[in-house]
Structure formats: structure tokens, C-alpha cells
Ligand binder design. Structure first.
Ligand code: HEM
Length: 520
């Protein structure tokens, strides 16, 4: 009897594993069905049809331009993309409701954390609740402290003086760096500003210098892996159903394989940076990693924390600067006004002097020009939350539990109902009253988000951008080639221009006047 039972064991094993496979398959199919039912991929409305067939590309260069068009037409300034299960709004009342009044009902949520989870882990960008509160408290203490602000200003000024100005000078003289292009006085501004922002944020976050903006414009393995990882993570967000990228990840296929490889490299390099920081000592260092090291022992958590800061501080600043110089190329009158203000504040204090922190604060017109440029080209064009419980937005839009709700800073910057009939024009004056900068409500202008999760690096980012503008504009004429063409954005977490932004750089002689018309 016992022998008979033993002989049946392999058969029983086979039966059990067969049943297990059947059960798993049914479970997977059922989950897929639920996902499909939720995202309504069959929706036949004209918006969903245009989205699925990409027919909008016939009329619009970028998805954000098409959404802007739809949002302008909507009486509530809110639309639904049913196939994506996404409610998109450009209504400031809704934005205030999501980001402040009903903050707890609109967290980042699990779907977002899973999109970026492999890259960001438990970093501030990717978490809600206690872990977010802990990191937010620590980081706001650090980023708000006078010593860290002056440490950051010192780092940024040094990068401008030692690398950015010499690079522009050598390109203008037709030599140095990226040889062939530089010979014609041409350089890719987007690439330069990415390198610049990466050096700065690595120094501020880790206290270590990757030297990406050195004269030879070296290729940084870390920067390249980081680029790939954030691009591939952003690509996940464009899939009609999350099941698509999840299956690709499970099978290690295509973009998911590339993402895995890039993240492995980011991990190795981040681990090395953490090891180096520990070896060099952290108790008296001002960088963010050292500050967090004083209260966190877990190296994986430390890695996640600083990777979020790299993501936050690199492409955003680079995107802000790139689009600023694109707009400036088309507006010589703004360039001239900036030069006048700089000359008024700094005076003729010599070619080698950079503006001090106090002098930067006095430049209201430059500040207004930065805000105006970020209004038209926000580095974070869209930002999504997930609704926890059924809710009703102030404009009367019903939001079902689990729906993705997106506010759209790019569209909001181009809404006549917020900025008036000249909303598409680049006019720094709209931010000035009696020559002084006056901010707008952050819910109308959520370029740095708003409410409880407002960007923690806003002041640092503005300081970084202003230092570059105030150092470059009086010294060089920077003319973007083909500035008249509207930019085409590449998919990514922060807005970047497809193909970069080539520009001609020419050193100015002292006392030179700004031409009345741009070359475009
Ligand atoms: C022009 C440059 C920048 C822009 C437009 C910008 C914009 C934003 C936006 C829209 C968010 C919300 C993102 C989300 O919730 O998904 C955000 C969050 C954040 N930003 Fe920035 N940012 C900039 C630069 C920086 C810099 C330089 C740093 C760091 C040094 C930084 C640190 C952060 C952090 C830590 C958060 C997360 C805040 C939280 O979740 O509580 N940002 N930023």
C-alpha cells in the first residue's frame, strides 16, 4: 500500500504543478481583464481615437501641444483620456484642491511608485506617507539652511567661472572642446547645460565632482546610465496598460532589458560614491548625502535618497536654461534689457567678476524673464497623482477611486483665461510692478508644483539659472540655429528637446550694443 502511494508521488506532483499553472494563468488573465476594463482601451470618443491612432500628430508637434488645445476648448479646462484612465486638468481651482485642500486623497500612489520604483526605490520622489515626511523634513532643513545655500552658490559660481565661461570662450574662438562643431563657433546648449547641472547636483548631493563640463567634454558613464534609466522609466508611463511593461520586465525584453542594465550601472556607481563619501568622512561635510548619513545607516536607502535628488536637480535646471536661451534668441529686446539691468547692478566691475548672491537678488528683470520662460516651457510639463477615494473636483468633474489625475503646467502657462490674450508671448514685464518682481499664485503657475509637496530645490534652481544667465548674457551673443522652429520634445521625465539645441556662440567686446533684431 505504502509502496503504491510512493509510486504515485511523481504523478501527484505533476498534477499539483499543473493545477498551480492553470490557477496562475487564470489569475493573470483575470487581472489583465480587470486592468483592461478599468482603462477602457476600446473607447470610441474622438479624443481617444486620436490618441490611439496618433492622428493628432498631423496637426501638433508635441503631445503637450495637443493636450493644450483640448484643454483650451474644454469649458471646465479638464478633459478625460478614457483609454488611459487619466483625467487631465489645467484649472487652477482643481490644482489647489489636489495639491493642498485634499492632499491626502491625491498621493503619488502605487501605480506611480511602480513606474519609477526600480530607479528611484524609496527616494522622496517616489514615496508617500512616513518615508516621504522623514525625507522632506530632513531635506527642507538642509536646503533651507543658510550654510547649504551659500555652499551651493559657491559650487555653482565655481562651475561657471572655471568651466562654463572658459568653454564658451573657447567655442567662440573656434577651438577647444567639441572640436568640429566648436570650429564653427557652434555648440549644443542642451548638452552643455546638462553637463553643467549634473556637475553641480553631484557636488551638492555627494560632495564629489564628476567633471562632465571639463574642456574635453568627457563621456560620463554615470550620466549616460542615469539618462537611459530615466528615459526608459518615463517610457513605461506611455504604455496603454501597465501590464504591457510589466510583462516586458518579467521576460526581460527590449526597453525593459535596457532599463535593467542602466539601473545596475547606476547602482554600482552610486554604491561607489557612498563608499567614497564614508571613507572621506561625512560629519562636517555640507553635501546632502553626508547630512543624511548622520541619521540613516541603510546604504540602499541612502542610494535611493540621493538618486531622487540627482533626478530632481539635473534635467530640470538644464531644461529651464536651454529653453531660456531659445526664447532669448528670438527676443533681442529682452536680451538688451537683461544686459542693462546687469550693468546697473554690477556696474563696470571688470570682466572676471561674477555677480554676488546679494547682487543677483537685486535683478528683478532677470528674475521676471526666468519666470516667464518657465511659464512657457516648464521643465516638468505634466505631473500625476492617483485618487484614493471617489471625489469631485471644484469644476464638477467626478473622479473615480484609482483614477490618475494629471495637472498640466505646460497647458496652464498657455491658457488665455489665466494669463490674458497675450498668453503665448514672451513678456517678462507681466511679472513686474513698479520694477519689482511679483509672483503669481502657485496654483496658477505650478511649475515647481505647489501645496505640501512643492519643489524643495526651487530657490537653488533659480539661483543656478540666474548665475548662468547673468554670467553668460553680458559676455556672449548666443544665437540658437533655427530658433524660429518650435521645439519638438523627446519623451522623458523632464522636458528635453529632441536632437539638442545647437547655437552659435560669439564673444562680445566691452561696450558692444545689442542688435535690435534677432538673427532668426
Ligand atoms: C527649474 C528647476 C526645477 C523645477 C522646474 C522643479 C520642479 C519640481 C516639480 C514639478 C516637483 C514635483 C514633482 C512630483 O511631485 O512628481 C518637484 C519636486 C521636487 N524637487 Fe524640484 N524642480 C527644479 C529643480 C530642483 C532642484 C535643483 C532640486 C534639488 C536640489 C529639486 C528638488 C526637488 C525635490 C526634493 C522634490 C520632491 C518634493 C517632495 O516630493 O516633497 N528640484 N520639483
Amino acid at each position: 500500500m505504502v509502496m503504491a502511494l510512493i509510486s504515485l508521488l511523481p504523478w501527484l506532483q505533476n498534477c499539483l504543478s499543473f493545477l498551480f499553472s492553470v490557477f496562475t494563468t487564470i489569475f493573470l488573465l483575470f487581472s489583465l481583464l480587470l486592468l483592461l476594463l478599468r482603462s477602457r482601451p476600446w473607447c470610441n470618443c474622438h479624443v481617444c481615437k486620436a490618441y490611439l491612432s496618433s492622428s493628432w500628430t498631423g496637426e501638433f508637434t508635441n503631445l503637450c501641444d495637443w493636450y493644450t488645445h483640448l484643454l483650451r476648448q474644454s469649458p471646465t479646462r479638464t478633459i478625460n483620456i478614457h483609454v488611459l484612465g487619466n483625467t487631465v486638468t489645467a484649472n487652477p481651482d482643481n490644482v489647489e484642491y489636489m495639491l493642498a485642500t485634499r492632499f491626502a486623497n491625491f498621493p503619488k500612489g502605487k501605480p506611480f511608485s511602480s513606474l519609477l520604483g526600480d530607479l528611484l526605490g524609496r527616494g522622496i520622489f517616489n514615496v508617500d506617507g512616513e518615508s516621504w515626511q522623514f525625507q522632506r523634513k530632513m531635506a527642507s532643513l538642509e536646503l533651507g539652511s543658510v550654510s547649504v545655500r551659500s555652499y551651493a552658490f559657491h559650487i555653482v559660481s565655481a562651475e561657471v567661472r572655471r568651466r562654463l565661461i572658459p568653454l564658451f570662450t573657447s567655442v567662440s574662438d573656434g577651438g577647444g572642446a567639441a572640436a568640429a562643431a566648436a570650429a564653427a563657433g557652434v555648440i549644443d546648449l542642451q548638452d552643455v547645460f546638462r553637463r553643467f547641472a549634473f556637475d553641480n547636483i553631484c557636488k551638492i548631493s555627494f560632495g564629489l565632482d564628476p567633471g562632465c563640463l571639463e574642456a574635453s567634454l568627457p563621456i560620463s558613464e554615470f550620466a549616460a546610465a542615469f539618462d537611459t534609466a530615466s528615459r526608459m522609466s518615463a517610457l513605461r508611463g506611455t504604455a496603454v496598460a501597465p501590464a504591457v511593461w510589466k510583462l516586458k520586465r518579467l521576460l526581460n525584453l527590449g526597453s525593459e532589458r535596457e532599463l535593467k542594465r542602466a539601473i545596475r550601472l547606476v547602482d554600482e556607481l552610486a554604491d561607489e560614491l557612498i563608499r567614497q563619501r564614508r571613507k572621506l568622512g561625512y560629519a562636517s561635510s555640507h553635501d546632502l548625502l553626508s547630512r543624511f548619513m548622520c541619521s540613516v545607516n541603510d546604504d540602499r536607502y541612502l542610494r535611493d535618497i540621493v538618486i531622487s535628488f540627482l533626478l530632481a536637480g539635473r534635467d530640470t535646471v538644464a531644461s529651464g536654461l536651454t529653453c531660456f536661451f531659445l526664447l532669448l534668441s528670438k527676443h533681442p529686446e529682452v536680451t538688451a534689457a537683461i544686459r542693462d539691468e546687469i550693468a546697473d547692478v554690477i556696474g563696470g566691475s571688470g570682466d572676471d567678476e561674477l555677480a554676488s548672491f546679494e547682487q543677483l537678488k537685486k535683478m528683478h528683470y532677470v528674475h521676471a524673464a526666468m519666470y516667464e520662460s518657465l511659464r512657457l516651457y516648464p521643465p516638468v510639463q505634466i505631473d500625476s497623482k492617483f485618487c484614493v477615494e471617489d471625489d469631485m473636483l471644484p469644476d464638477g468633474t467626478f473622479v473615480r477611486k484609482g483614477t490618475r489625475v494629471t495637472y498640466h503646467p505646460y497647458a496652464m502657462g498657455r491658457m488665455e483665461r489665466i494669463w490674458g490674450p497675450d498668453c503665448e508671448e514672451f513678456k517678462p514685464e507681466r511679472w513686474l510692478r513698479d520694477g519689482k518682481f511679483v509672483p503669481a499664485s502657485p496654483f496658477k503657475y505650478p511649475v515647481f508644483q505647489a501645496g505640501l509637496r512643492v519643489c524643495l530645490g526651487k530657490e537653488m534652481a533659480l539661483m543656478e539659472m540666474k548665475t548662468v544667465i547673468v554670467s553668460v548674457v553680458p559676455r556672449f551673443d548666443v544665437q540658437v540655429l533655427d530658433a524660429g522652429r518650435s521645439p519638438k520634445f523627446a519623451p522623458g521625465l523632464a522636458a528635453s528637446i529632441d536632437g539638442g539645441l545647437p547655437a552659435q556662440v560669439r564673444r562680445r567686446s566691452s561696450g558692444e550694443q545689442t542688435p535690435a533684431h534677432g538673427a532668426c
